[in-house]
Design a protein. Structure first.
Length: 185
């Protein structure tokens, strides 16, 4: 028998894939905490925040385009839970948008990252509990969803790599793109 989160052939299902993305974001926040406030590390801190914002943006897009609609369609009682998750995503997008204009050393930079980390951790913990449990119970084909998420993620990576830099619009979760690394003041 396959372990939870794995298909019989050993490939990850959608929930294992999303959990790995969560873990990647957690690791980036831990690295940020390790080097924040160290003047010689400001460029590294800026790169970490760019990576955090990029990962969160792509993750939110695949969840909102693929995972949440599928879960909504599969269950009658999941609408409120998914609505709350989408509102949490909107809050994250707003903080990401603010961080696109800040640089280490700026007023509110570290506070904004700290609030983002708290909101993201709350969201991921809730998602890994309630939402993933609902997805498992729903009968969704999690292996097929994983393939769709992987394909969409590759497409987004390519689109953002080929796009000119621009700000992530906090109100339009699927229209933004990552800014180039911040220059020091």
């Amino acid at each position: 028998m396959a372990s939870p989160g794995k298909r019989q052939d050993g490939a990850a299902d959608a929930l294992a894939l999303l959990r790995r993305e969560h873990d990647r974001v957690r690791q980036l926040f831990l690295e940020f905490e390790r080097v924040r406030g160290i003047e010689e590390e400001e460029e590294h801190v800026a790169d970490l925040v760019d990576d955090i914002c990029y990962e969160l943006t792509l993750h939110a897009i695949v969840e909102e385009e693929l995972f949440y609609p599928l879960l909504r369609a599969a269950g009658e009682d999941d609408d409120e839970m998914i609505d709350e998750a989408e509102v949490e995503h909107a809050g994250v997008r707003e903080l990401v948008s603010q961080l696109e204009t800040l640089y280490p050393g700026d007023e509110h930079f570290e506070a904004t990252v700290a609030v983002l980390a708290e909101e993201v951790e709350h969201h991921m913990a809730r998602e890994e509990g309630e939402i993933f449990e609902a997805a498992r119970a729903s009968g969704i084909d999690l292996a097929a969803l994983a393939r769709r998420i992987e394909a969409r993620r590759r497409e987004l990576d390519e689109d953002l790599d080929d796009s000119p830099p621009g700000a992530i619009d906090a109100m339009e979760p699927h229209e933004g793109m990552r800014l180039p690394p911040r220059a020091p003041d």
